[in-house]
Ligand binder design. Structure first.
Ligand SMILES: [Cu+2]
Length: 654
C-alpha cells in the first residue's frame, strides 16, 4: 500500500522534498534539493477498477538532442499529449477500463498495404506482460482503432495475477514502429498485496521510481516520417543511394534534406538525462523499462551495483547482486526492477553502455552465462545521426552516435540514511506454476521456432555465403509482389516453425534447397502457427536465431521460464515475457565439403518452458520485439484452444 501511495505522490514529485518517504519518522533532516525526477502522471485504481480515457493525438513536446544539446520541438503521435503516456496503476482482481479516443489524422490515401507497414494512424492497445484474455475488447491486438473513433477496452485482471512492472503500447500491425518511436508507451503497474514483493518492508520503504527509456527519432523538422513508399529493401541500407528502389523502407529518415541525418532523443520519462537525487545510504526501487522500438540497452550506474528483484514484472526467487558498474542487458520491451543503495556523496551517471566495447559481460541474463561479445547495441535499422559509408562522408557538423549515453544523472547528497536491502530470498510470485513444477512436468509438446533474415541484395553482407539461409529461396518465391502491396521486396524478416522441414530439390539448387515448407514464415493474421496448443498444457520451446544480430523474443499473454541460453543451462531458470535470442557467431571456416550457409555457424538460441493459463484462451502473437522487424512480418499468430480440436474463439479483424 505504501508503494502505491508513493507512486501517487511521485506524480506530484515537483512538490516533494527528499526524506518524506516512508523510511523516516519525525522532522525531516536537512537533505539535498527536492526530489524533482520526472515521473509520468499516475492514474490509480480504487474500489476494484480503473476507468480512464487515453487520447491518441499528435502533440508538441520539447526534447533535448542527445548530441548537440539543443532543445528542439518534436511533433509526434502520443498518448494524452505526453511522452511517455500516463502510468496506469492497478491491483490483481481489478477491471481496467479504457476509452481509447483516436484523434490522430486520417491515414494516407495512397500507400502500400499487405504485409508492408501501412495505416500509420490506425492504432490499438496491448498490455505487455499481462496474463489476461486476448479476445473481444480485452488485450486484443487484432483490433483496428481508426482515426476519429472511440474504442472501449475492458481488461479483467485475474485475482492471482503477479504484481510487478508492465507496460502498454500500440500493437496495430504495420504501424507499431511509427507509433512507438513517436513516444506512444506508458507504464502499467500491478500493485501487490501482503506476501508480495511490494510488501517486503525494505522494498515498501524504498522510494518507487519509474524509469521508461524511449528512443524518439525524428526528421530534422521534428516529425516522424513514415516508411518509404517504393523502397524494396529492409532497414535503411543502403540509404545513401539515389535509386529509391534500392533504399530501405525506413530510409525516409535520411531523405529530409541532409543525407543520412535524423535526430535521436534518448529519453528517460520523456526527458534527456534528467537528474535524480538520493541521500547516502538511501535505497530506491527503480522500475526500468526499455520502451525503445529497436535498441538493446546495457543499463549501468557508475559506482554502484544494481540489485535485481524482478524481471519482466515477475519477482525473482533470489535477488541478483550485480558487480559495481555492471549492466542489466535490456532488450526492447524488457523490464528490470532493481534496488539501488546510494553510496558516497557525488555525481554518478546512469548510462547505456557500448555493447561491443563494454568490458563487462553482456549476457542477456544477470547470471552472466554468455560472456561472448555480442553484435548489436543499436539495431542499425535507422541511420545514426551521421554515418560515413564508402564514398559518402558526414556533412558538418559531424554528429557521430557514441556511447555511453547518459540516461540519468544521480546526485548523492545530504545527510545519510541507513536503509537496508531485503534478504536475498524474495516472495514467490502468485498466479504461476512453481519453477519445480514447470521443470518436472513432461512437456505436452516440444517445439522449435526460428528467427531468420533473408536478403539477396548485391553489395550487402547478405550476399556473403555465410549469411545464406537455406529456406530463403522458397520464401522469395512464396512472398511475391502482391504480398508487399504491389511491389517486390527483396529482404525478408522471418519467424517460422523450424520443425516444418522440407527436402532438397532435385537437381540440387543451393538457392532453393528446401521446397516443401507448409507454413508461412511471415505474419499471417488468419493462420495460427500451430493447431494443438491446448489450455493448461506445458510445453518446451527452443527459439533459434539464424542471423548475426540479436532478436528479442516476446510472447503475449503467458510468460515463459527460460532454462537455457545457447544451450547453456540457466540456474536458476528465469521468468520473462521478452528475452534476447543471441545472434549466431561466425565459424572461421565451414566444414569441408559443405555448401557454406548460416547453418555452418554457431546458432544462437534460447530454450524455455511455458504453461498456458486458463484466462489466455484465444489468439494472440509471438514476435521479435525489434519493432522494425515485427512490422514487416517477424511475428506469428498463436492460438490457445479450450480443448483439442475446439475453436479458440478468435475473431480476427473485428
Ligand atoms: Cu528481430
Amino acid at each position: 500500500m505504501r508503494s502505491s501511495l508513493q507512486i501517487l505522490l511521485f506524480g506530484l514529485a515537483a512538490w516533494m522534498i527528499a526524506g518524506c518517504n516512508g523510511s523516516s519518522n519525525g522532522p525531516t533532516p536537512p537533505g539535498p534539493a527536492p526530489f524533482t525526477f520526472p515521473q509520468p502522471e499516475v492514474r490509480e485504481s480504487s474500489g476494484g477498477s480503473l476507468t480512464t480515457t487515453l487520447h491518441a493525438r499528435i502533440a508538441d513536446n520539447m526534447l533535448v538532442d542527445q548530441f548537440s544539446g539543443d532543445q528542439r520541438l518534436v511533433h509526434t503521435p502520443t498518448y494524452e499529449g505526453t511522452i511517455p503516456g500516463p502510468t496506469l496503476s492497478v491491483q490483481p482482481g481489478d477491471t481496467l477500463s479504457i476509452d481509447l479516443v483516436n484523434d490522430l489524422p486520417a491515414n494516407p490515401t495512397v500507400q502500400r498495404g499487405g504485409g508492408f507497414p501501412h495505416d500509420p494512424y490506425t492504432t490499438n492497445l496491448h498490455t505487455h506482460g499481462l496474463s489476461v484474455s486476448p479476445l473481444g475488447i480485452s488485450d486484443n491486438i487484432y483490433r483496428e482503432m481508426r482515426p476519429g473513433t472511440t474504442n472501449h477496452i475492458q481488461i479483467n485482471i485475474p485475482t492471482t495475477h503477479p504484481s510487478g512492472t508492465y507496460w502498454y503500447h500500440p500493437h496495430k500491425h504495420g504501424a507499431v514502429t511509427f507509433q512507438l518511436i513517436s513516444g506512444m508507451a506508458g507504464f502499467l503497474i500491478v500493485r501487490g498485496g501482503p506476501g508480495t514483493l511490494d510488501a517486503v518492508p525494505e522494498v515498501a520503504a524504498a522510494r518507487d521510481v519509474v524509469m521508461g527509456f524511449q528512443v524518439i527519432r525524428t526528421a530534422t523538422d521534428g516529425t516522424v516520417p513514415f516508411v518509404h513508399q517504393v523502397a524494396q529493401q529492409f532497414g535503411t541500407f543502403p540509404f545513401f543511394t539515389e535509386d529509391p528502389l534500392q533504399q530501405g523502407i525506413w530510409s525516409t529518415f535520411g531523405l529530409d534534406g541532409a543525407l543520412g541525418r535524423s535526430y535521436f532523443y534518448y529519453t528517460t520519462n520523456g526527458v534527456t538525462n534528467p537528474t535524480l537525487q538520493m541521500r547516502p545510504g538511501e535505497v530506491q526501487r527503480w522500475r526500468l523499462l526499455n520502451a525503445s522500438d529497436s535498441d538493446n540497452l546495457l543499463v549501468a550506474l557508475q559506482g554502484h551495483g544494481l540489485h535485481v528483484v524482478a524481471m519482466d514484472g515477475i519477482t525473482v526467487a533470489k535477488m541478483y547482486h550485480l558487480k559495481t558498474g555492471a549492466p542489466v542487458v535490456m532488450g526492447s520491451g524488457q523490464r528490470y526492477d532493481v534496488l539501488v543503495k546510494a553510496g558516497q556523496p557525488g555525481t554518478y551517471h546512469l548510462q547505456a553502455l557500448d555493447w561491443t566495447t563494454n568490458p563487462e559481460s553482456v549476457s542477456p541474463s544477470p547470471q552472466n552465462i554468455d560472456p561472448e561479445q555480442r553484435t548489436s547495441l543499436h539495431s542499425f535499422d535507422f541511420p545514426t545521426p551521421c554515418v560515413a559509408i564508402g564514398p559518402f562522408t558526414c556533412p558538418p557538423p559531424i554528429q557521430q552516435l557514441s556511447y555511453p549515453v547518459n540516461l540519468a544523472t544521480v546526485i548523492i547528497d545530504g545527510s545519510p540514511l541507513n536503509m537496508k536491502l531485503p534478504a536475498d530470498a524474495l516472495p514467490v510470485p502468485t498466479g504461476l506454476p512453481s519453477v519445480a513444477k514447470m521443470l518436472a512436468r513432461k512437456p505436452d509438446a516440444v517445439r522449435h521456432i526460428a528467427f531468420e533474415i533473408c536478403a539477396n541484395k548485391v553489395g550487402t553482407v547478405m550476399e556473403n555465403p555465410q549469411f545464406r539461409v537455406p529456406s530463403c529461396g522458397w520464401y522469395y518465391a512464396k512472398y511475391d509482389a502482391s504480398y508487399w502491396g504491389g511491389a517486390p521486396f527483396n529482404s525478408l524478416m522471418l519467424m517460422r516453425d523450424d520443425d516444418d522441414k522440407g527436402t532438397h530439390s532435385v537437381p540440387f539448387d543451393p538457392n532453393m534447397p528446401l521446397v516443401d515448407f507448409k507454413k508461412d514464415g511471415l505474419f499471417n493474421p488468419s493462420q495460427p502457427l500451430f493447431d494443438d496448443m491446448i489450455v493448461g498444457n506445458y510445453e518446451e520451446w527452443t527459439v533459434v536465431n539464424r542471423s548475426f544480430s540479436d532478436h528479442p523474443f516476446h510472447i503475449h499473454q503467458n510468460p515463459f521460464l527460460v532454462t537455457a541460453v545457447n544451450n547453456i543451462p540457466l540456474s536458476p531458470p528465469e521468468w520473462h515475457d521478452t528475452f534476447i535470442v543471441p545472434g549466431s557467431k561466425p565459424m572461421p571456416t565451414a566444414p569441408s565439403g559443405a555448401q557454406p550457409n548460416i547453418n555452418d555457424n554457431f546458432i544462437g538460441s534460447i530454450t524455455f518452458r511455458i504453461h498456458f493459463e486458463p484466462q489466455t484462451v484465444g489468439c494472440f502473437v509471438a514476435h521479435c520485439h525489434i519493432i522494425t522487424h515485427e512490422d514487416i512480418g517477424m511475428m506469428q499468430r498463436l492460438d490457445i484452444l479450450p480443448g483439442p480440436g475446439l475453436p479458440s474463439g478468435c475473431a480476427v479483424g473485428e
